[in-house]
Design a protein around this ligand. Sequence first.
Ligand code: G3I
Length: 380
Amino acid sequence: MVFNSTNKATQSFMQRLCSLLIIAVFISGCTGTRQIRSTTVSLKGTYKNDFLIGTAISRQQVAGKDPVAVKLIPRQFNTVTPENIMKAEELTSSWGKYDFSWADKFIDYARVNHLQVNGHTLIWHSQMPAYARHIQDVDSFRAFFTAHIRKVAGRYNGRVRSWDVVNEALNEDGTLRRTPFLNKLGGNYIADAFKLANEVAPNTDLYYNDYNNERPEKRAGCIAVIKKIQQAGVRIDGVGIQGHWHVGKVPFSDIEESILQYAALGIKVAITELDIEVLPRNFTGAEVSQRMKMDANSNPYVNSLPDTVQRQIADDYGKLFKIFLKHKDKISRVTFWGVHDGQSWLNDWPIPGRTNYPLLFDRNGNPKPAFYSVIAAKNK
Ligand code: G3I
């Protein structure tokens, strides 16, 4: 009996041991499959004395449903931008009716993870709520414009370090884009937006944000916008250079010249949406309305990125961070437009369903050579 009971005890011990072994093998197998190789080196730690290092985060990541990003975000970054959660289209679907539930979750996520917040974006012609796009009466449109800024920027006053107050208001030639805001409110709408934001968020840094505004022509238009805001006696604290660039074609000299020229206006420069396109595309920038047709050459790296391209993007990122370091006194923040390659908007724009590799971490959250190149830029 004793033997039997010992037998039973041994049997149950062995069963427990086997299940533990099976679990261990499964976990190691998963880890092995996903080959997550965490690194103790961090972007935010490496650049802690230079500028903030951030990332755009998605609703899925705020909800903790991106297993690759869960650890990466708090470990690598010290500021976050909502990729879509705080856009007007996501906050309001009818007049005066707002749903801040996800924006509040985003703010809480940042607080819990000790992350600063850049709000994105108060005024943008894209992703406007349909009801606002269809307002014909000028007074009603101005009422929407005023109420939206006051409601959103006012709600998060004190919990958001900076706002992209107005996003992408310029054409490539530096003229003002014919958006519903310009058409209905006139050329002062940008200064008006900053004035309203300042009224309800007096301690939040207020930025104008755009892509390709490192290019001379668009930069001139951007400088004119900034000067007009300043000449109106309205507060503007910084300009965002989005940084959606192409591998092997990063305009390093334009970028450096732009940092100098914007800083000369007495404002900060932020690199707000950094990524480097590696797939074929016959235009640059980030005009979300643009599309391209898929052809036999559109999606060349479905299984992996060739070493030659991996090396080029690493080289590009390293050179970029050397420029940022050289002008760290002018730069407030460098934010990547996504945590890892699997999240990037460039997998689906301007052609849906491609496999892109624009960021520093791969789809499994492993640091790429570009990550180590960014770290090395600091130590050179
Ligand atoms: O939320 C809906 C979902 O309910 C629906 O099922 C799904 C399929 O239709 O669409 C989802 O909305 C998408 C949204 O991202 C959230 O995933 C929109 O279709 C899609 O157009 C939108 O794309 C965003 C794009 O801005 C357009 O607004 C990208 O994720 C985002 O990375 C990109 O970010 C912009 C910046 O805000 C401004 N600067 C350029 C940058 C790149 O375009």
